[in-house]
Design a protein around this ligand. Structure first.
Ligand code: SAM
Length: 288
């Protein structure tokens, strides 16, 4: 894993660089939206916040006012240099501020935080889902507030049976609670994106429906099952787990599920029962 650079760069004199499309740069300019993201993190006194993609520092400024410590991870070298200059005192406002120039996907967020933390980010839309799953690695943040594409927020929070319910909904809701907090129009950004956005909050479930050691297996099963979302459950289990009809039927029955159910109607807990039953099944020797 590439080590994030913490070396301080000299500040570039002159204006800020123009927004870079390749880094998904749409800077928030609406103060009320910025406040609502910071508010959604709860009381930040004494807390460490890790921010993903601080950009020009619009949200960072609020976090710095409220938190004990802010660690901001920015991939764009020029923006990282700008932020280092902006928070040069290290104790800007109330906070201790650390700017980490790195691809967030190459960092270990909990190591950057060095203890319990909350996470915030108006994240680049081209890697929203990888970032969200990256931040599910254990130990998880106590709370994460993201500004994401609205269509993604809808899928994250969708209940079973909803037309947007899918692998993203199940794989998240198995381990965290997802709250859709508010819609944000393109005009809140500079430059405006082509789509609506939304603020979502993620908090760990008191009791995840799947054990940590089965999470990877669970995610692959759910992804494969939604690849067959119009198929009936016995067919899905047969295909995904390479079982004959009899064994697939037995697994589905043992989980108390209807053989005709479709993946889009199953809850995260239903998927967890299936994954556990399949694991047990695979550990048993074949009958003949
Ligand atoms: N938070 C700022 C705001 O609200 O104005 C900027 C948001 S902009 C949508 C996304 C930010 O993430 C940009 O500053 C971009 O350079 C940064 N970024 C893009 N890819 C990144 C990555 N892989 N790791 C860290 N930062 C990244």
């Amino acid at each position: 894993m590439k080590r994030p650079s913490r070396a301080s760069s000299p500040a570039r004199p002159g204006a800020l660089p123009a927004p870079r499309k390749r880094f998904g740069q749409h800077f928030l300019k609406d103060g009320r939206v910025l406040e609502s993201i910071a508010d959604a993190l709860g009381d930040l006194r004494g807390r460490t916040v890790v921010e993903i993609g601080p950009g020009r520092g619009a949200l960072t400024d609020l976090l710095v006012e409220r938190a004990e410590r802010v660690v901001a991870v920015e991939i764009d070298r020029d923006l990282a240099a700008h932020l280092r200059t902006r928070y040069a005192s290290r104790h800007a406002g109330r906070s201790q501020v650390e700017i980490v120039e790195a691809d967030v996907l190459q960092t270990v967020l909990a190591d950057l935080a060095g203890g319990p933390y909350v996470l915030a980010g108006n994240v680049p839309y081209y890697i929203t889902t990888p970032i969200i799953f990256h931040a599910l690695a254990l130990p998880r943040p106590d709370c994460a507030v993201y500004l994401v594409q609205k269509e993604v927020a809808d899928r994250m929070a969708a209940p079973p049976g909803d037309k947007t319910y899918g692998a993203l909904s199940v794989n998240l809701q198995a381990v965290v609670n997802v709250e859709f907090l508010r819609k944000v129009p393109p005009g809140a950004f500079n430059p405006p994106p082509a789509v609506d956005s939304a603020v979502v909050r993620i908090t760990p479930r008191e009791q995840a429906v799947i054990e940590p050691e089965l999470e990877a297996r669970y995610r692959s099963f759910v992804l494969a099952a939604f690849g067959l979302r119009r198929k009936q459950l016995v067919r899905v289990v047969r295909t995904v787990a390479s079982l004959d009809a009899e064994r697939a039927g037995a697994v589905v029955a043992a989980c108390g599920l209807s053989p005709e159910a479709r993946p889009e109607t199953l809850t995260p807990a239903d998927f967890a029962r299936l994954v556990r039953a399949l694991q047990t099944q695979q550990q048993q020797p074949a009958a003949d």
